[in-house]
Design a protein around this ligand. Structure first.
Ligand code: NAP
Length: 239
C-alpha cells in the first residue's frame, strides 16, 4: 500500500495510461480523483472519484484541485497525463491545429502544475508526475506540434522541480515509448508497426508498465528523486 491515504489527481484518467494509473494507485491505497472530458467505457472501479476536467480550462483545474483539497484536506500527487497526438509536419501545420495541441499537451500541464503547486506549497509536500514521451527528447519526422509540446513538458518539469525543491515538492517526467492504448489503436497500423519494429524489445508496452513507473515517482520510495526523466520505452532511446 505505497499510497495509503494519499489524495491523487489524475488527468486524462478515462482511458489508456491514465486509467491504468488510476486503477493501480487506488489498489495501492490512494483516494484517486479521475479527471477527464470523457468517461471510461467500463466505468471506474469503486472508490475512484470522477471529476469533469478539461485540462485546457483554467476554471476546471481550480474546481478540480479545490474538490480534492475539500474532500481530502490536501493534494499529495498530481499525474498530468491527458494528451492528444497529431502527425502534421511543420510545413503542413496550420495555426489552429498547433494551438489545439499546445492547449491540451502543454498549457494543460502548466495549469495543472500551477494549481497543484499552490496547494502543495501550503502543505510543504507533494509529487507531480508529468507524462511526456520519447518524442519529448528525440525526434522522428512529422508530428511537429506533438514534439514541441512534449519537449516543453520535459523542461517545464525540470524548472518546477528546481523552483519548488525547497517546498518539499518533487516534479518528474515520464517518457513512454509505444504503448497499446486507444490513442495508438486509432493510428494507422503501418505507423504502429514501424515504431514497434524500431523498438529493441520488438513489442509495444502495456499501460500498466507505465503506471508502475508513475507509482514509483508518486510514492515516498522516490523521496530523493526530482527533476529526472523516467524513460519506459522497451529500449528505444538507448539506441
Ligand atoms: P488515450 O488512451 O487517448 O487517453 C488520453 C485521455 O485523455 C482520453 O480519455 C482523452 O479523452 C483525454 N483527454 C483528451 N483531451 C483532454 C482534455 N482537454 N482534458 C482532459 N482530458 C483529455 O491516450 P494514452 O495513450 O493513454 O496517452 C496518455 C498520455 O501518454 C498522453 O499525454 C500521451 O501523449 C502520452 N503518451 C502516450 C504514448 C502511447 O504510445 N500511447 C506514448 C508516449 C506518450 P478523449 O478520448 O475524449 O480524447
Amino acid at each position: 500500500m505505497r499510497l495509503q491515504d494519499k489524495a491523487v489527481l489524475v488527468s486524462g484518467a478515462a482511458s489508456g495510461i491514465g486509467y491504468a494509473v488510476s486503477q493501480l494507485f487506488a489498489s495501492e491505497g490512494a483516494l484517486v480523483f479521475a479527471g477527464d472530458i470523457a468517461s471510461p467505457a467500463a466505468g471506474y472501479p469503486q472508490g475512484i472519484v470522477p471529476l469533469v476536467l478539461d485540462v485546457t480550462q483554467e476554471s476546471d483545474w481550480e474546481r478540480a484541485v479545490d474538490a480534492v483539497v475539500e474532500r481530502s484536506g490536501q493534494l499529495d500527487v498530481l499525474v498530468n497525463n491527458a494528451g492528444i497526438i497529431a502527425y502534421e509536419p511543420l510545413h503542413e501545420l496550420d495555426l489552429r491545429a498547433w494551438q489545439k495541441m499546445i492547449a491540451v499537451n502543454q498549457t494543460g500541464v502548466f495549469l495543472g502544475m500551477r494549481e497543484a503547486v499552490r496547494a502543495m506549497r501550503r502543505q510543504k509536500c507533494g509529487s507531480i508526475v508529468n507524462i511526456s514521451s520519447i518524442w519529448g527528447s528525440a525526434a522522428v519526422a512529422g508530428a511537429h506540434s506533438y514534439h514541441a509540446a512534449k519537449g516543453a513538458v520535459r523542461n517545464m518539469s525540470k524548472n518546477a522541480a528546481m523552483t519548488y525543491v525547497g517546498d518539499g515538492i518533487r516534479v518528474n517526467s515520464v517518457h513512454p515509448g509505444f504503448i497499446h492504448t486507444p490513442l495508438t489503436d486509432a493510428q494507422a497500423p503501418q505507423l504502429n508497426e514501424t515504431v514497434i519494429g524500431a523498438t529493441p524489445m520488438k513489442r509495444g508496452g502495456q499501460p500498466i508498465e507505465v503506471a508502475y513507473g508513475c507509482l514509483f515517482l508518486a510514492c515516498d520510495e522516490s523521496s530523493y528523486v526530482t527533476g529526472t526523466e523516467l524513460v519506459i520505452d522497451g529500449g528505444y532511446l538507448a539506441q
